[in-house]
Design a protein around this ligand. Sequence first.
Ligand SMILES: Cc1cc2nc3c(=O)[nH]c(=O)nc-3n(C[C@H](O)[C@H](O)[C@H](O)COP(=O)(O)O)c2cc1C
Length: 169
Amino acid sequence: MITIYKTIDPKNIKDNLIDCFANEWALITAGVEGDFNTMTASWGFAGEMWGADSLAVVIRPQRYTMEFIEKNDYFTVSFCGKNRSIHKVTGSKSGRDCDKVLEAGLTPIENDKYVYFKEARLVLVVRTQFVQQMRAEAFTDKAVLDKWYPDKDYHNMIIGKIEKVLVSD
Ligand SMILES: Cc1cc2nc3c(=O)[nH]c(=O)nc-3n(C[C@H](O)[C@H](O)[C@H](O)COP(=O)(O)O)c2cc1C
């Protein structure tokens, strides 16, 4: 089946992105045609930054996807509905160890800048502008540190400009 997408302005996204991240979960995909990786993410936020519609995600340094974020200009955030059979693979296995696309049954739509998936109902294409790892000293709420970072694997904060939004018909 062919998925037909229309492009909309980021300000016209009808979805509540807080709810989408928290309950639907997203696929963060970085890389280009033939050389990309994808992973599940349930943390992220959208808003205004540096005069533009922007998106932030947080990725722990050990994720294979992080390597692709660092060596490419774009990443995509795909929402595929509450499709837990996809996330069972993309949220627990590393692209270092298996072919996640094959195992999760995903159908990549690839070009020379970014990759997303036919299974997505909403795709945000983001151009990376900022990557920085969180520092323990910067946390004013130490309870967050204790709860989320027992291994000191502080997230990288990645902020970018939303360049394109695709919604399936
Ligand atoms: C529901 C859910 C949400 C997740 N959210 C994040 C996240 O926001 N950031 C992150 O670094 N890892 C997150 N993960 C973990 C990665 O998806 C997981 O470690 C994945 O296997 C990494 O794959 P990779 O090594 O191929 O990049 C989440 C996992 C699940 C199941």
